[in-house]
Design a protein around this ligand. Structure first.
Ligand code: GDP
Ligand code: MG
Length: 733
């Protein structure tokens, strides 16, 4: 019995398809037209030992979108005839342009083998291609050939048969098209999958991409199959189109194309191709990249850029942050005057203004940081950062696309672990993916940023940018070391090669920068006004109830009376003869009593008791009971650390009289010092991810065990680190 295979030959016009087809099939060919259209259809047979290989020569195309008849014919053939393998013929002298079509085969998921043609002509022009590297990064076999002489064609056919015999399922290879597009794509894909929309014919993600590309043929088929759903998808695409147009002055099709080229560029930059004498024919983007991704200059520039970003943020946000702080201070004073003493006043001042206000106070800083990051992102520089770090990541058993997950999680500052964790979906190896999604929450997300800013401002205010830089580098180091640790223990396995996209540089538009900055800032504000507000109120209640028992309260009342008796009030004597010293003494004694009462009430409250109970362990790292409450609240959301500290110090009576900011209170509190601050900061950076992130990890990892693991492991790890720093630091300070 002879085995029979069906393969398709595809490639750009002038890549040598006809030449190869003739060389393979000789006289055994049949020429006709595709049914209904005038595009030439050629079929032929190649025999390899006892195997019969039917080859169809597809029309030459640059792309698989439905722009021309050739493109429609080519892709309909692939989808409806389902050949076992595509032999993708590529002109080696025009590798970059030719691979564009290849990326679209990947999107479809059909098994591909690459015939790297015209290597003779390429060599003449000084182009050298390392086919094994190309194969490694593309993840498909690459066979160099010279179609005109027949060199390599036997090997090509042997490899083709081997691939065809594997009978692989079509498995689309996801390429990232940038944050904006990727998130809609996920959304569309989910809807398409849920309704089985066109999925009997096409892969779901592919349909989503075609909707984004506004592909007429697919739109028509979609409308016919399910008009409502199609309208819904089109609406979503329209929204992202408008958004892209406003922010980047581009549209989805262009963005998708840019990232396909970016993907190719990412591969070619990895020493796949060397030009011997064509150096001056580089495009502007490539020239910029020669400096910015240079082995030595690149990291140097990257360091300077980061440091510049932090300096810019901390320097220019200082003034507006202080305005906001004094605004909230004024607000507290005003409310203090208007409202009578009692629970409502305490809730508003201690719970809401000192809690949520503390979080909102950092809005200018967040905004400046986001603005800087928007510049890096919109210009295309961020992709280069990821590209450069790729090499380092491999050493630690992670993957190139882990870098993007880290950056999204707040690797530079101010991201969020939730999209970071979701971004790990593009990682093919499950072990690498787990290691990435467990360590991504170590980054300084937007919620930790104000907490960092608070402590840095209070204890290391001399060199804010330097400390921010230090904490950033430290987070990456810790994440990588932990990832390595996981990769050599519970998550052992090979690293897979991966390619990062290098989209072309572009000038960010001012409007785009403002929109991106505002979107993220608004999310921060919204979260403060909703989730954080809710948690703040709960925590305020836990810090207020149960109130001091009557006996205790009486004790303080007695003390007040004693003071009143010893230092008579001026108003008691109409002559106004009380000397000012007595008045001052009286006021300060009364204040001391108020403070002592507030403090013991806080200790007595539900939260106070929990915090105090935890002190029996946390003293090792130097955390006092108020910090413990804040850290516990931080598991709900990291901003809560800030709001809880604000409320705790407010209820504890520390801001009675002097209306200093939380940073000032901490800086002057004898209970605090830089070593303790450092220990607390390290703990905050690495302990259990916030609640939403844990849910997200659980969902992405497919098991609640990993969610639980991230909470327990991270907390233990962070605590050990904090204890070490505190104990060793205390020896020296
Ligand atoms: P098609 O448009 O893809 O069918 O390309 P053709 O087969 O018509 O080839 C385009 C041109 O490239 C022709 O002039 C071929 O002779 C030439 N060609 C094809 N294969 C090779 C090769 O391996 N080396 C060189 N130097 N030229 C080739
Ligand atoms: Mg031809």
């Amino acid at each position: 019995m002879t085995a029979e295979f069906k393969i398709a030959l595809a490639g750009n016009p002038n890549s040598g398809k006809t030449t190869l087809f003739n060389a393979l099939t000789g006289s055994r060919q049949h020429v006709g037209n595709y049914p209904g259209v005038t595009v030439e259809k050629k079929e032929g047979v190649y025999r390899l030992e006892d195997k019969k290989i039917n080859i169809v020569d597809l029309p030459g195309t640059y792309s698989l979108t439905a722009y021309s008849e050739e493109e429609v014919v080519a892709r309909d053939f692939l989808i409806f005839e389902k050949p076992q393998v595509i032999v993708n013929i590529i002109d080696a002298a025009n590798l970059e342009r030719n691979l564009y079509l290849t990326t679209q085969f990947f999107e479809l998921g059909i098994p591909v083998i690459i015939a790297l043609n015209m290597i003779d002509a390429a060599r003449e022009r000084g182009i050298e291609i390392k086919e094994d590297r190309l194969a490694e990064f593309l993840g498909v076999p690459v066979v160099p050939i010279i179609a005109r002489t027949g060199f390599g064609t036997l090997k090509l056919m042997e490899e083709t048969v081997r691939l065809a015999a594997k009978k692989k399922e079509w498995k689309p290879k996801p390429i990232s098209y940038g944050e904006d597009i990727d998130s809609v794509l996920l959304d569309l894909e989910e809807r398409i999958g849920a309704e089985n929309f066109l999925t009997s014919t096409y892969p779901g993600r592919w349909v989503a991409i075609k909707y984004l590309e506004n592909d007429q043929q697919i739109l028509d088929r979609g409308r016919k199959e399910n008009a409502d759903l199609s309208a819904e998808l089109e609406k979503k695409v329209e929204i992202v189109s408008r958004h892209l147009h406003e922010t980047m002055e581009t549209y989805p099709e262009a963005m998708v194309a840019d990232h396909r080229y970016g993907y190719i560029k990412g591969i070619l930059q990895k020493g796949v191709i060397t030009h011997k004498y064509d150096k001056d024919r580089l495009y502007t983007s490539d020239r910029i990249d020669q400096v910015l991704t240079n082995r030595f200059l690149g990291p140097l520039v990257m360091g300077l850029v980061l440091f510049g970003l932090y300096t810019f943020t901390f320097t220019y946000s200082e003034l507006p942050v202080s305005w906001l702080e004094s605004l909230f201070g004024q607000l507290s004073l005003a409310i203090d005057k208007i409202l009578p003493d009692g629970q409502v006043k305490s809730l508003i001042i201690a719970g809401i203004i000192d809690g949520v206000g503390g979080v909102l106070g950092f809005v200018p800083l967040i905004m400046f940081m986001f603005f800087g990051i928007a510049i890096l992102e919109d210009s295309g520089y961020l992709a280069r950062v990821a590209f450069m770090l790729d090499r380092i990541f491999r050493v630690f058993g992670l993957n190139g696309s882990s870098v993007m997950a880290y950056i999204l999680s707040g690797g530079i500052a101010g991201g969020c672990a939730v999209p970071g964790v979701m971004a790990t979906r593009t990682l093919r190896s499950p072990k690498e993916r787990m290691a990435t999604l467990l360590t991504a929450p170590f980054m300084n997300c937007g919620a930790k940023l104000p907490v960092l800013a608070l402590f840095i401002g209070a204890f290391f205010s001399e060199h804010k940018a330097r400390y921010m830089f230090f904490f950033t580098i430290l987070s990456w180091t810790v994440a990588l070391v932990v990832a390595k640790l996981l990769r050599v223990t519970v998550l052992q396995g090979e690293s897979t090669p991966f390619v990062l996209e290098l989209p072309p540089y572009r000038f960010p538009t001012l409007k785009g920068l403002f929109i991106h900055t505002w979107e993220k800032t608004w999310q921060y504000i919204k979260k403060a006004g909703t989730v954080i507000l809710g948690i703040s109120i709960i925590i305020w209640a836990m810090m207020t109830y149960p109130g001091l028992p009557a006996g205790e309260r009486e004790k303080y009342a007695m003390q007040r009376q004693e003071v009143a008796a010893a230092f008579p009030a001026p108003a008691a004597d109409r002559s106004g003869m009380t000397d000012p010293e007595t008045t001052a003494e009286r006021a300060s004694r009364l204040l001391a009593i108020d403070r002592a009462e507030a403090r013991s009430a806080l200790c007595y409250s539900a939260a106070g008791r929990i915090g105090t109970a935890l002190e029996s362990v946390s003293f090792l790292a130097g955390f006092d009971w108020r910090t413990n409450i804040a850290l516990l609240g931080g598991v709900a959301a990291k901003e809560v650390i800030l709001s809880t500290l604000g409320t705790a110090y407010s209820l504890g009576g520390d801001n009675l009289e002097e209306d200093g900011s939380l940073a000032e209170i901490l800086a002057t509190d004898p209970d605090w010092n830089p070593v303790k601050a450092l220990s607390v900061l390290l703990f905050i950076s690495y302990y259990a991810p916030c609640f939403v992130t844990v849910i997200c990890i659980t969902r992405e990892a497919g098991s609640w065990k990993w969610g639980a693991f991230s909470m327990v492991f991270n907390t233990v790890f962070a605590f050990v680190l904090a204890v070490l720093v505190y104990q060793i630091g205390s020896l020296f300070c």
